[in-house]
Design a protein around this ligand. Structure first.
Ligand code: ARG
Length: 463
């Protein structure tokens, strides 16, 4: 006999209901209501399967499946009352189903447990987020491709150690992020393929004595196959960890780009102007236009890393199979997914709207002795000088230019010959930044033709 105050789902052996504090620490409905659509899809598939193997009558299965749709529309329409006493989304949905259809609702939980149910729901949710992340990344890649195409031959300084290194093209720099994001796409796709096994039917931990058809529920829910070990199926959260891992690396890429945008939009660089739509003003300094979206992307990424560490920490000490610790998986992943989608959308908007300052890029590209390597390479090619000696001669010329307060192309031929007498006037051809980038035609190099080839490859890939 169930005590009035004990839980209707498992109150049989309980004489009293939970303490209020117990209820507060135990309930997950405050956040796992986000799994409602997945929970109902899982239950509908389960009910159809139970009927197909004659565990449920067709009439009961029909009532359950239709009743669940009513519950879903109540939740989506905002008229559903969630109850903390009913702990989580699974029991909230089932209790409402009981109110709607009566006795058959009690048959739905045959041959399953909340353990395989929550694993299935959460996997379905994470799988949707992977699809959303892939879409968001593709949209950002498209925005980068548009920038890269417009400025395939615009010259800008390339940096190492944030010191001017060699001239590169704007298109090349944009395409570097396309490559990073391309790896993110494939990481999400890999994770999706690996996780796509259905836990439903693993029941509490050991499987079930009912003659269920796990292939049928797996197929109905878009999984490739049922998970092969029931203990693993209910205790596995690798799919969430892989999502967080892929999200963390993608977020890291966004953060690095955000950092560049912060630097580039500063008055000292002026490489890009961010649009009014993606910047803010200052309440006291009228001249300011702040790159807040970039700064917030850079900062919010910390939440994703935090979620990754938090869930690894939750999982690392758990014996098989399910432990209630695992209820703590959801809020972390929800927050990380929300953050990633927002960061991707904000970055896409910023990139789409930003305008590169071509004259500022080219001016910066020509400063800082950026063609010194071209000069050294010319000494090797034209004078057959060993590279180490060419490096030394070039270094002497850079020092000379620095003393004179000019750049390498401003030195006279006589200046050059005072350092090495075989240097001739042809050297000036390689000292210009446009010649410099045009000469870097090696595969993957910064030459505009190479960049255009990479843009074309990506355009074809995205269709
Ligand atoms: N709310 C629970 C969770 O999120 C559902 C599974 C509960 N299972 C149990 N054996 N108490 O993990």
């Amino acid at each position: 006999m169930t005590n009035d105050n004990s839980n209707a789902m498992w109150g049989g052996r309980f004489a009293a209901g939970p303490d209020a504090i117990m209820e507060a620490i135990n309930a997950s409905i405050g956040f796992d209501k986000r799994l409602a659509a997945q929970d109902i899809a899982g239950s509908r598939a389960h009910a159809a399967m139970l009927a197909s193997v004659d565990i449920l009558s067709d009439t009961d299965a029909q009532a359950i499946r239709e009743g669940l749709l009513t519950v879903l529309s109540e939740i989506e329409g905002g008229s559903f009352t969630f109850s903390t006493a009913l702990e989580d989304i699974h029991m909230n949905v089932e209790a409402r189903l009981k109110e709607l259809i009566g006795e058959p609702a009690g048959r739905l939980h045959t041959a399953r447990s909340r353990n395989d149910q929550v694993a299935t729901d959460f996997k379905l949710w994470v799988r949707d987020q992977i699809d959303a992340a892939i879409q968001g990344i593709e949209a950002l890649i498209r925005a980068l491709l548009t920038q890269a195409e417009a400025g395939a031959d615009w010259v800008m300084p390339g940096f190492t150690h944030l010191q001017t290194a060699q001239p590169v093209t704007w298109g090349h720099h944009m395409m570097a992020y396309v490559e990073m994001l391309g790896r993110d796409l494939s990481r999400f796709a890999d994770a999706r393929a690996r996780m796509n096994e259905c836990p439903l039917g693993a029941a509490a931990l050991a499987g079930t004595s009912f003659p269920i058809d796990r292939q049928m529920t797996a197929t109905a829910l878009g999984f490739d196959r049922p998970a092969a070990n029931s203990l693993d199926a209910v205790s596995d959260r690798d799919f969430a960890l892989e999502f967080l891992g892929a999200a963390s690396i993608c977020a890291l890429h966004l953060s690095r780009f955000a950092e560049e945008l912060v630097i580039w939009s500063s008055a000292q660089f002026r490489f890009v102007a961010l649009s009014d739509r993606f910047s803010t003003g200052s309440s006291i300094m009228p001249q300011k236009k702040n790159p807040d979206a970039a700064e917030l992307i850079r900062a919010k990424i910390g939440r994703i890393f935090g979620a990754n560490v938090a869930l690894m920490t939750v999982m690392k000490g758990l014996p098989l199979a399910y432990s209630k610790d695992m209820q703590e998986d959801k809020e972390q992943v929800f927050d990380a997914a929300d953050t990633l989608m927002l960061a991707l959308a904000a970055m896409e908007g910023m990139v789409r709207d930003m305008s590169a300052n071509r004259p500022a890029l080219e001016q910066a590209a020509a400063s800082g002795f950026s063609t010194a390597t071209d000069l050294a390479d010319w000494l090797v090619r034209a004078l057959n000088m060993p590279f180490r000696q060419a490096h030394h001669v070039t270094g002497t010329l850079v020092a000379m230019a620095e003393t004179k307060g000019c750049d390498l192309p401003d030195l006279s031929l006589a200046d050059m010959q005072s350092v090495h007498d075989a240097i001739n006037a042809d050297v000036f051809d390689v000292l210009g930044v446009h010649n410099s980038v045009a000469s870097r035609t090696s595969y993957g190099g910064t030459a505009p033709d190479q960049v255009r080839a990479q843009i074309a490859r990506w355009q074809e890939r995205l269709g």
